[in-house]
Design a protein around this ligand. Structure first.
Ligand SMILES: [Cu+2]
Length: 104
């Protein structure tokens, strides 16, 4: 019985941690707010090089760097040289673009 309770607790902790992460990604996706400019698109690797402005939620200053994308289809919505608005977050330890759209 003790063992069962331990497992049940672990499941609850895992579920709430996962839920919080999913919620963060969803709210970030609603309004991508970081400015960026597409430098390079790597469809084979599912990666994108962006020159980006400060990313508040990652405590990161502006720079040029490579990001993973949450969904490879995102790479079809932008092209090299585009100015974009995007959201990025840490997903499984990798800094990942969770939303991206052309800047208006
Ligand atoms: Cu960066």
């Amino acid at each position: 019985m003790k063992v069962f309770i331990k497992h049940a607790l672990a499941a609850v902790v895992f579920a709430s941690a996962f839920g919080a992460q999913a919620q963060t990604a969803a709210s970030a996706a609603a309004s991508p707010g970081t400015d960026g400019e597409v430098r390079k698109i790597d469809k084979d690797q599912g990666k994108l090089t962006l020159k980006h402005g400060p990313i508040a939620n990652l405590d990161m200053p502006g720079m040029t760097m490579v990001f993973k994308v949450a969904d490879p289809k995102m790479l079809d919505t932008v092209k090299e040289g585009d100015k974009v608005k995007f959201s990025a977050d840490r997903v499984n330890g990798a800094i990942t673009i969770t939303a991206i759209q052309p800047a208006k």
